[in-house]
Ligand binder design. Structure first.
Ligand code: COA
Length: 194
């Protein structure tokens, strides 16, 4: 098998601008988070597929935290590029900004990271080209992706350990001070007095 040649980050740059129309709004008049997630998924696909030269699927999403609401009538711009590559997976970083065209105010609504996997015609994971880093920012983003991977692996490991050690009977005191109440059936089942 011939090794794949590195592809520059700039080859995976994609930008997308969309007007937030009334049908995107929730009952509070702000844009649904799901609308932004759909746009992010689309641009992640476009960026990943450009790098991989193959069909890609979304595996996971990190950092889907919306810092500010987006209003109907604003222009939302997404910018994406590949930040990191593994063997068959890659991470696309996406920055989302919304612009009020009348006031000129621009809000950074979120920065998220989509992990995608390239697939061949049989639907099997397929190797992607290495990434050519040409700027200091590209090196920084690659290193940040390594840090996130490392922390995420430790977090997932710790979460698995904590969940397998959890025992509802003995952990009930953790509910003290929480904003929840036990229904009568579950109290009876757990032998908890009212
Ligand atoms: C993601 C998927 C391809 C992994 O398949 P698999 O048989 O486990 O394949 P592999 O073990 O070879 O993993 C392939 C790559 O995915 C990565 N991967 C698998 N699970 C992952 C996870 N939870 N988070 C991040 N990366 C993951 C692996 O690290 C590997 O990357 P690498 O080749 O760069 O090292 C498979 O689970 C899948 O197709 N999921 C559905 C994805 C999809 O359809 N998304 C759209 C939802 S509508």
């Amino acid at each position: 098998m011939t090794p794949l040649s590195p592809r520059p980050v700039r080859a995976s740059h994609v930008a997308l601008t969309e007007l937030m129309i009334p049908s995107y709004a929730n009952f509070g008049g702000k844009v649904h988070g799901g609308v932004l997630l759909r746009l992010m998924d689309q641009i992640a696909y476009a960026s990943a597929a450009r790098h991989a030269g193959a069909y890609c699927v979304t595996v996971s999403v990190d950092g889907a935290f919306f810092r500010a609401p987006v209003d109907v009538g604003e222009l939302v711009t997404l910018r994406a590029s590949v930040n990191w590559v593994g063997r068959t997976s890659l991470v696309v970083g996406i920055r989302v900004e919304s612009e009020n065209v009348t006031s000129g105010e621009v809000k950074h609504t979120n920065t998220s990271f989509f992990t995608m996997v390239a697939k061949n015609e049989k639907g099997e994971p397929q190797a992607v080209p290495p990434l050519l880093l040409e700027t200091r920012d590209e090196v920084r983003r690659y290193l940040e992706a390594l840090t996130r991977r490392d922390i995420k692996a430790r977090y997932e490991h710790a979460l698995d350990d904590a969940n397998s050690a959890l025992a509802v009977h003995t952990d009930l005191d953790r509910l003290v001070g929480q904003r929840c109440v036990l229904g009568s059936d579950v109290r009876r089942e757990l032998g908890v007095s009212a």
